[in-house]
Design a protein. Structure first.
Length: 157
């Protein structure tokens, strides 16, 4: 299967309509939210501080994530970093490596979008073992507490 990470803004109208149907398993909603909430964070007008990325498998949306940089990063993010939010893999596509594919393609996508960003950060709850394991396997490093027991993970670009 051919998979690639594309910017949301570059999707066709058909792909954007397909993306709205992305669903995660109900037990995952507390970790990543749903696609409607994630898409709500995308600015109505093109804006350089918040970008949406979609993993396309054979040109069909199977995953989504948000990437933010200053001034839209959380208080625990270091200067010069970008933060990953709302990574969602469609429940019908889970278990096929699409989460890993997103994370493998993300550093290059971040460098292309924001060459000045040197580090990606995210926070993950210690009770989200599946996500924690995925991030650590992809080279993210636990750098301590982000807030309220959430762990801050970093990936140097």
């Amino acid at each position: 299967m051919n998979a690639r990470l594309a910017r949301y803004d570059d999707l066709s109208a058909v792909q954007q309509a397909q993306l709205v149907n992305l669903e995660v398993h109900p037990e995952q909603l507390r970790f990543c939210g749903d696609i409607q909430a994630a898409l709500h964070f995308l600015p109505g007008e093109p804006q350089d501080g918040v970008l949406g990325f979609v993993l396309l498998a054979d040109e069909m949306p199977v995953a989504f994530l948000l990437l933010k940089r200053h001034p839209f990063v959380p208080h625990w993010a270091a200067a010069g970093s970008a933060t990953l939010h709302a990574l969602q893999v469609d429940k019908h596509a889970q278990g096929r490596g699409f989460g890993a594919a997103c994370l493998q393609a993300l550093p290059e996508a971040a460098r292309r979008a924001w060459p000045q960003v040197r580090e990606l950060l995210l926070s993950v709850g210690t009770d989200n073992q599946a996500a924690m394991s995925l991030y650590l396997k992809q080279g993210w490093v636990d750098t301590g507490e982000a807030y309220r027991g959430e762990r801050r993970l970093a990936l140097i670009l």
